[in-house]
Design a protein around this ligand. Structure first.
Ligand code: NDP
Length: 481
């Protein structure tokens, strides 16, 4: 009897305590308001700053911009996110047989139509004072944001086997849609048994002689409808119970072979390949806000109930960076919408009314400043002959080798254009579509894009793979000046 009474008293105390805490939090949330004097001293203000440009980021931007609040999307190093590297998308409600890059491009256009602005840059750091976020970009911009929506998605997981780091970008990659053209008529392997592995294999099959999917279990995890798509392609073969143990290569050509361990027969076989495409899942890209918001033991940002609120007021999260369960484009779009609405609500709660917004307009980030829009369009070179003439004639030439669907190539282009504008006539910038001039890709043994080449007086001075931020790109070119 006593025990029951004690339990009852404890229960009542807990209810009162929880209620008091909740009301304190609520009161605190209601009571907080931005200090206008502080805000008026800041420049480059952005009421809703979205970091990441996949389905979640652009959907959040659509709602932010339609809410009539200045909304800026920082694109990040993979414009369009994971959807931009897929082909046919079968499971986005209402969209039949559409390509991933087209879907994300349409959402981008849709949010731009309502006034959202796009910044082709990546975020380096986020700090906070007086609830105003100071966001520094790789391009050297300092933005003061009133809310932040983290929609940074997920990063591909690596295998961790010998040779993987050494041959990264020289045959080992995670982007078939970017690098498939470099494996025309060759043998390649795809690692993984999910939907992504099948996507990669199908993209590669259009170019490669054979594609072998290496699956560690005796079955694939991919959706049956995806597995069915393999049946019609006889150059794709699936190896079950198989794991990659090592990747080998040689200096001039990159990857040459892989060692495949059969975990059923305990045997190891060597297979000659030119490419190793990893499709073994993703991990959340939450490093930017670690320490600021709560993340779980796998790094996923923790959001509150049915909202996209994180544990830090004013920071919201959407998409694969906070969703470990569904990881679908449609779900990411939905969470982006919620994050956009949550950010608008938060701004109202902290006193960011339309009259406050009007007062602060002159302090807003202006992406239409001359430095950001003045660009020198890069000329496309369409033949080896034109290329050879150019590098002989011009003292310093920067060559950007790209492929049409490569997201990092799209990201690099505005940086190149901006640097070209800064350097004027001293350096000639050109781009070459590797798919259209394959002889050049072969000559320079390119197996990953974007690839940048620096020529001085016709001599190759240096080369690099991947999208560089502006300061690194300038340092790369400085070698020739
Ligand atoms: P998944 O997590 O679904 O699959 C990862 C695969 O990699 C699994 O087969 C897993 O094996 C395997 N794997 C993991 N670690 C290793 C390792 N160390 N060595 C070998 N194999 C490993 O990731 P996906 O990227 O394929 O898909 C993510 C989400 O995106 C899913 O929800 C998917 O449905 C969706 N998606 C949808 C697409 C579409 O509809 N068009 C296209 C692409 C993705 P195991 O099964 O043994 O754990």
């Amino acid at each position: 009897m006593m025990q029951k009474l004690l339990k009852f008293v404890l229960m009542c105390c807990s209810i009162v305590a929880i209620g008091t805490l909740a009301s304190l939090f609520f009161v605190k949330k209601q009571a907080y308001a931005f200090d206008l004097n502080v805000l008026e001293k800041k420049e480059n203000l952005v009421p809703i700053l979205i970091i990441g440009s996949g389905c979640a980021g652009y959907s959040a931007a659509l709602y932010g911009a339609r809410g009539n609040v200045k909304t800026v999307v920082v694109v990040g190093s993979q414009p369009g996110g994971q959807l931009s590297t897929t082909t046919k998308v079968e499971n986005m409600p209402g969209l039949i047989d559409q390509l991933g890059p087209d879907i994300v491009h349409n959402v981008q256009k849709q949010c731009e139509h309502f006034g959202a602005e796009i910044l082709y840059d990546s975020v380096k750091s986020i700090t906070v004072s007086d609830r105003i976020f100071e966001v520094v970009t790789e391009g050297g911009l300092t933005i003061h944001a009133l809310t932040i929506i983290i929609a940074t998605g997920a990063l591909p997981v690596k295998l961790g086997v010998s040779g993987e780091e050494q041959w990264w970008g020289q045959g080992v990659t995670t982007c078939a849609i970017c690098d498939a053209p470099f494996h025309k008529g060759k043998d390649v392997v795809v690692i993984g048994g999910g939907d992504s592995a099948i996507e990669e294999a199908l993209q590669l099959a259009a170019y490669a002689k054979t594609v072998t999917i290496v699956v560690r279990k005796d079955a694939m995890r991919a959706a049956p409808s995806m597995q069915d798509r393999l049946k019609s392609v006889d150059t794709i073969n699936v190896l079950y119970n198989s794991e990659i143990k090592a990747i080998h290569g040689i200096d001039d050509s990159g990857v040459t072979s892989v060692e495949i361990y059969n975990n059923k027969t305990n045997s190891v076989a060597t297979k000659s390949v030119s490419g190793v495409f990893l499709a073994i899942g993703h991990k959340p890209n939450s490093g930017l806000v670690k320490g600021l918001v709560k993340v779980d033991n796998e790094g996923y940002i923790v959001t509150h109930g049915k909202t996209q609120e994180t544990t830090f007021p004013g920071i919201f999260a959407a998409g694969d960076v906070e969703d470990k369960q569904y990881r679908q484009a449609g779900v990411a779009a939905g969470s982006g919408i919620r994050a956009g609405l949550d950010a608008l609500n938060y701004l109202q709660t902290v006193g960011f009314t339309s009259s406050v917004a009007k007062n602060l307009e002159s302090h807003y980030l202006n992406l239409k400043s001359p430095k950001k829009i003045a660009k020198a369009a890069l000329v496309d070179i369409g033949s080896t002959q034109a290329f050879d003439t150019l590098i002989q004639e011009k003292p310093v030439v920067v060559v950007d080798i790209y492929t049409t669907f490569c997201p990092s190539c799209k990201y690099l282009l505005p940086t190149l254009e901006s640097v070209a504008q800064q350097l004027g006539d001293t350096v000639t910038f050109v781009k070459i579509n590797a798919d259209e001039v394959p002889e050049l890709a072969q000559r320079y043994k390119i197996s990953s894009v974007p690839s940048l080449f620096l020529f001085k007086k016709g001599e190759l001075l240096d080369q690099t793979v991947g999208a560089l931020p502006e300061d690194e790109l300038l340092a790369f070119i400085q070698q020739a000046l």
